[in-house]
Ligand binder design. Structure first.
Ligand code: NI
Length: 254
């Protein structure tokens, strides 16, 4: 198998401290052809940028994740806009709402909205993080109509229908392989092939049979195998289509 495009990963995470560069260097030999390293703040965006400058198959996003708002500088929007000028900066993200953790909602909403406006102004795609906040996330998406991706989509088929109507895509990861994954399987079944991307969210959410272990982009093969089975198609065909979708969404020519 080849042409594995990981639409969302975090190789800046501590979990990779011991063997980060060795691992990233080994991924093309396992069929990985593209990786978007998603930032969660400016510091991780800088690290992700350094990966993109070191490896031709890596790209990065810039943005503030709702869990990372503590040390946000006043002029963060200017910094994001500046970093997005980089030729390998492909989206504003990950941004969104997270109601799983106890994070001040007013602040989350303000920062999410400001970044959605910036993405509109700059005409760049967004990568949305939505954890247990479906209703409010959808309200913002209806209002601002950004282009982009809901990563690790965890909503229902009903929500997906509206997401598709808004022109957005989704990415699916390891959760679709989990034993009790009823809704993700329905979502995988329903989503049209031209709106689906594959991701790992590495180092988290490893697919079965590696669930609980550190995840990396080569594990997409397990997620792809499961989704191909659900959709009744070949695994390589699915990898090829989702790789093209990722490149189109992120504006990658390679
Ligand atoms: Ni993520």
């Amino acid at each position: 198998m080849n042409n594995i495009f990981d639409a969302h990963a975090h190789y800046d995470d501590d979990w990779f401290d011991e063997d980060r560069y060795e691992l990233i260097s080994s991924l093309p030999s396992k069929g990985v052809s593209g990786i978007v390293n998603a930032a969660v703040d400016l510091k991780t965006a800088e690290i992700a940028k350094s990966f993109a400058e070191k490896y031709d198959y890596m790209y990065f996003t810039v943005g503030f994740h709702p869990e990372n708002l503590e040390d946000m500088p006043e002029n963060y929007l200017e910094s994001i806009a500046e970093m997005l000028k980089h030729e390998k900066a492909v989206a504003l993200g990950e941004i969104g709402l997270d109601y799983h953790w106890d994070i001040e909602k007013n602040l989350q909403h303000r920062v999410f909205e400001e970044q959605l406006k910036l993405a509109k102004d700059l005409d760049v795609p967004v990568v949305i993080h939505d954890r247990e906040a479906h209703g409010d996330v959808m309200e913002y998406l209806r209002e601002y109509k950004p282009k982009g991706l809901l990563h690790c989509f965890s909503g229902s088929v009903e929500m997906l229908k509206e997401v598709l109507k808004l022109g957005l895509s989704i990415s699916l990861g390891g959760t679709v392989t989990y034993k009790n994954a009823r809704v993700p399987v329905e979502v995988a079944q329903y989503v049209p092939l031209d709106r689906l991307l594959l991701e790992t969210d590495s180092p988290y959410l490893s697919p079965v049979p590696n669930r609980g272990k550190r995840n990396d982009s080569s594990n997409i093969i397990f997620t792809a195998t499961k989704i191909a089975e659900i959709k009744g198609m070949g695994v390589q065909e699915l990898l090829d289509i989702t790789s093209e979708n990722a490149k189109r969404l992120y504006g990658i020519d390679a």
